[in-house]
Design a protein around this ligand. Structure first.
Ligand code: PLP
Length: 438
């Protein structure tokens, strides 16, 4: 084996949920004959209407000839748009027609005044967090200061655990809990009495709606975080992988929030294109420029086929429509199945709390008196053929010892109604059994 550098050793480990996914894949493989209800998936469901949209956009791209001056000389018509996007290199910032489609759509929807300089296209949104974490976080040029990557509310997206080349720079904050005991519901809120954003902060990142909890930080909370960061020119990355206008996986009212130090980050992965890797960063041109240079060094530019078909879906309005009429209702209905089944099946004398389902494609269950770890509970559920994700993988950067981190599980809403119903009924039974064991 080759000797690894410090960074090499760090980056060649699987972090967070990716490590558990390995166990899940092995369980599914070993369990031939045993039917598992897999409620662990982060991969979105292939919805027929959504796939059809991408097929139609592909057909349109294949049929197109060089009629647009952006990609060829219309007089000679030698280059088709397909040839231009697939057979040639492009600009690091992204495919111009795509940037323009996003710019116009956001300006129209939200009354903004974005120009092309405000936008960067990346190969998936995960790469935006990687660029930002390492461009704004880590040791300063003279080595005198460690700039922190702040996650203001833990739990949050497990992928943030692997984005920095300087792991000691990542710091997450314990939230406060709004608990409605009677209803068995709760909601996390940022704990502003603890949250430190100051001259030692490099950047701030959080997902809204949140993977894994389905939480949507309120407009006031986001504005407060941005205001804390503004005096230090600290970029605040709002990970909007589930937000409107696409994929619009919000079940509560929310609008994208723009601001001088806010980098609004979009992903088309949950709008049906995870395989095409499309991320979009929208923000101040100087910050966007930093990320663009990082991208040029890393991978030159994002692939362009996906951008070309997404241009069509966004410019025609079809993507925004399908997000609201197909994608959102699909997952919202799944959340209803989970909460209704748990309400019926969970033992009355057992303390349990489901996070309010405000968006995303997961539900998040907290068992405050779980007499074992989340990992052990996950193993118990495997015994009855149900696979969830133990919650402890969703607290990257949290340094404090907090029992809560081992009392939660993530349930994916990508399963069928039947699977979710049966899965939650079995879970309720196992929960009752393990609580009685003590
Ligand atoms: N952010 C959140 C909150 C996610 O849940 C995911 C993927 O699941 C990502 C970012 C990464 O998405 P992408 O496919 O755009 O890299």
């Amino acid at each position: 084996n080759p000797a690894l550098s410090k960074i090499g050793a760090q980056m060649s480990h699987l972090t967070g949920v990716r490590a558990i996914m390995k166990d899940i894949v092995e369980t599914l493989r070993a369990g031939k004959g045993q039917e598992f209800i897999n409620l662990s998936a982060g991969n979105p469901v292939i919805l027929p209407e959504v796939e059809q949209l991408w097929r139609d956009c592909t057909a349109d791209l294949l049929a197109s000839h060089a009629t647009c001056s952006t990609w060829g000389d219309p007089k000679t018509a030698v280059a088709s748009e397909y040839g231009e996007v697939v057979c040639r290199y492009g600009a690091s910032q992204g495919y111009q027609p795509f940037i323009e489609a996003v710019r116009d759509d956001f300006n129209r929807r939200y009354g903004l005044n974005l120009s092309n300089n405000n936008i960067l296209i990346t190969p998936g949104s995960q790469s935006i967090y990687f660029y930002a974490a390492n461009a704004f976080g880590g040791y300063t040029a003279d080595g005198s200061q460690l700039k922190k990557i702040v996650l203001p509310l833990s739990p949050d997206y497990t992928g943030y655990g692997g984005v920095t080349l300087v792991p000691e720079a990542l710091i997450a904050y314990k939230p406060t809990l709004d608990i409605d005991e009677k209803a068995n519901r709760f909601k996390y809120r940022p704990d502003f009495s603890q949250l430190a954003i100051d001259e030692n902060t490099g950047c701030v990142i959080f997902s809204r709606p949140c993977n894994p909890t389905g939480n949507v930080l309120t407009q006031e909370e986001v504005e407060k975080i941005a205001a804390l960061a503004a005096p230090y020119n600290v970029p605040v990355l709002v990970d909007s992988a589930y937000a409107p206008p696409y994929p619009a996986l919000n079940f509560t009212d929310m609008t994208p929030i723009m601001g001088e130090n806010i980098i609004h980050c979009i992903s088309l992965s949950k709008a049906g294109l995870p395989g095409e890797r499309i991320g979009i960063a929208i923000g101040d041109p100087e910050m966007i420029q930093v990320l663009e240079c990082f991208q040029t060094n890393m991978c030159i530019h994002s692939p362009r086929y996906g951008q070309a078909i997404a241009t069509r879906a966004i410019a025609s309005g079809a993507l925004g429509d399908i997000a609201e009429t197909v994608i959102r209702p699909h997952y919202q209905q799944k959340f209803t199945v989970v909460e209704n089944t748990l309400d019926q099946a969970m033992p009355k004398d057992l303390p349990w709390c489901l996070h309010r389902g405000e968006g995303a494609i997961f539900s998040w269950l907290w068992l405050p008196e779980l007499p074992m770890t989340d990992w052990e509970f996950y193993q118990e559920l495997k015994q009855v053929g149900v696979i969830v994700v133990p919650g402890s993988s969703f607290f990257p950067g949290l340094r404090e010892d907090w029992p809560h981190t081992q009392q939660c599980i993530r349930i994916s809403l990508t399963a069928t109604d039947e699977e979710l119903t049966t899965g939650m009924q079995r879970l309720a039974k196992v929960a009752a059994e393990v609580h009685q064991k003590v």
